[in-house]
Design a protein around this ligand. Structure first.
Ligand code: HEM
Length: 506
């Protein structure tokens, strides 16, 4: 945050009350205030006067303090830090951030739960968002990930239905921050593609010990593109230096009651006392040949590539070393956009990623209320920014001078910026052809193999925790048909496991 300037008096000195040394309270237009305790009125108990501009400004501002909370991931907590490149990657990407070992790039990270409202409790069983804004020298790169490596759905057209189903039911307005209800499991039982993610969500991963003990994943396959224009597929992973830890369900329930701010308090306390949380950035890289030979489509966001098949290469570290100065200005107003990528990084045709690229810009306008949300200090790039955008609500950085268009013939001195073929972002020239269809690819059809693989990879205790979670959730489902359909899917994952769950439903 930039330092707040004291309002100046007529002689250019800060307002200061000579009698007590305090700064003088002012209106937001800098007018010193003589009385902040009583409204201007006629006589002792007479009517209040509209003329009281201080009251009107104060109430006006208060009345407009709330902005819409995020439609998902409303409850979050952010911190500042840096990313240090530990491996130079110029062979596979021209991204400036990966060109020099030991280079530090400022970051802002926001962790979140998905389902609950802003005031919900930290230890709800839920996926955690892990969104990182890198303020690189070539613009902001937002890696907007989760603490689980796969997602519920394969097609963005299903996202509003997924979110409606898991949020509170619309007639009764509950349950809050809970997936244990009919609507969610109805949607899930009719969407077999969600079964892999459901197994992760029912595991201890969704009740983390603290935000400092969580992994993070970019989920989608992205591209790196090098200076020669060669593309390499890449998946991003955050590995916590402290390891992965969770609480057990009974602890989660108790903590939610005793300290609903448990996770945000933990992060604030750790950073404030200098115990800076740290993650390593790992990448899995592969080429078209691997993509074609792999058992699953690398564009299917419900699938992962096991580290046993493509091991992680550690390329950097993320350290969070500064708490926010103001929660609203930074954590609330930060606006992540999956389309914020930089030269050397590009998208793939993962349909969910493509859908997200539309959604985030759209939602930021609704939430922050102006196309100028990038003028806010938390969202503004830390590198130079030269554009011909102008005006709109809350403009703070219109260009100076008469030129607001391009091309123009006004010359370098006043004509403003020009595009650059050498430095500018150029999309990877992927060859694409095909019919226009509204379909789900055949290559996305196997919904159970990786769900089973995840289940089998768990220890006996972890398996029990998954079964217990399902028993709890499905026992809250009132409609037998929804329970039956869900257990039917579990049978495709592991028959004994399905029986364990169904036998204990109450
Ligand atoms: C089609 C699928 C998806 C759509 C349409 C979608 C849409 C949204 C929207 C509208 C928000 C609120 C943003 C805001 O108000 O600032 C959001 C937040 C978020 N989404 Fe998604 N999302 C999708 C899938 C995903 C996936 C797959 C991930 C993880 C890889 C993810 C991670 C996040 C995170 C971390 C946030 C919170 C960002 C923050 O901390 O401000 N979303 N999403």
């Amino acid at each position: 945050m930039s330092e707040q300037k004291l309002p100046l008096d007529k002689n250019g000195a800060p307002h200061q009350d000579a009698s007590n040394g305090y700064e003088v309270l002012t209106t937001s237009h800098g007018v010193p205030i003589g009385n902040n305790q009583s409204h201007l009125r006629v006589g002792e108990v007479g009517p209040l006067l509209m003329e009281d501009f201080h009251f009107r400004e104060k109430i006006f501002h208060f009345d407009h303090e709330r902005i819409p909370e995020r439609v998902v991931h409303a409850r979050g907590y952010g911190a500042h830090g840096f990313f240090e490149t530990t491996t130079e990657l110029s062979e596979i990407t021209s991204a400036d951030i990966f060109q020099r070992k030991n280079e530090k790039t400022p970051v802002f990270v926001r962790f979140s739960t998905v389902v609950g409202s802003k005031g919900s409790a930290d230890l709800a069983r839920d996926v955690r968002g892990f969104a990182v804004k890198f303020y690189t020298k070539e613009g902001n790169w937002d890696l907007v990930g989760n603490n689980i490596p796969v997602f519920f759905i394969q097609d963005p057209i299903k996202f509003p239905d997924l979110v409606h189903s898991v949020k509170e039911e619309p007639d009764r307005g509950f349950p809050q921050a809970q997936s244990a209800h009919d609507n969610f499991w109805d949607f899930i039982s009719l969407s077999p593609e969600s079964m892999h993610m459901v197994m992760w969500v029912m595991s201890d991963r969704t009740i983390p010990r603290s935000l400092r003990f969580m992994e993070g994943f970019g989920v989608h396959t992205f591209r790196f593109v090098n200076k020669k224009g060669k593309s390499t597929f890449v998946k991003f992973h955050w590995k916590p230096k402290l390891g992965v830890q969770s609480v057990v369900w009974d602890e989660a329930v108790k903590i939610n009651g005793a300290d609903p701010d448990f996770h945000r308090r933990d992060l604030w306390d750790a950073i404030s006392k200098g115990d800076f949380p740290e993650w390593e950035l790992g990448i899995q890289t592969f080429d078209e040949k691997f993509a074609e030979s792999y058992d699953f489509s690398i564009l299917d966001p419900t699938k992962l590539i096991p580290e046993e098949i493509i091991p992680l290469k550690i390329v950097g570290r993320l350290v969070l070393d500064r708490v926010v100065d103001n929660f609203f200005a930074e954590t609330e107003q930060v606006a992540f956009l999956t389309h914020n990528i930089v030269p050397g990084i590009d998208f793939t045709d993962d349909p969910l990623l493509q859908g997200r690229n539309f959604s985030y810009l759209d939602t930021q306008l609704k939430r922050l209320g102006s196309p100028n949300f990038a003028h806010l200090p938390i969202n503004a790039p830390k590198c130079p920014m030269h554009a011909f955008h102008q005006d709109g609500h809350m403009t703070t950085n219109n260009r100076e001078g008469r030129v607001n268009y391009e091309p123009n013939s006004w010359g370098k001195a006043i004509g403003g910026p020009r595009e650059s073929r050498e430095q500018g972002f150029i999309s990877f020239p992927e060859v694409i052809s095909g019919e226009k269809l509204r379909i789900r690819p055949e290559a996305f059809a196997d919904h159970y193999s990786q769900a089973r693989q995840f289940y089998l990879s768990q220890s006996a205790l972890e398996k029990k925790h998954i079964a217990d979670a399902l028993i709890f959730e499905l026992s809250k489902v009132e409609t037998p048909m929804i329970r039956e359909r869900t257990v039917g899917h579990l049978r495709n994952i592991d028959n004994d496991f399905a029986l364990t769950v169904s036998n204990k439903l109450v």
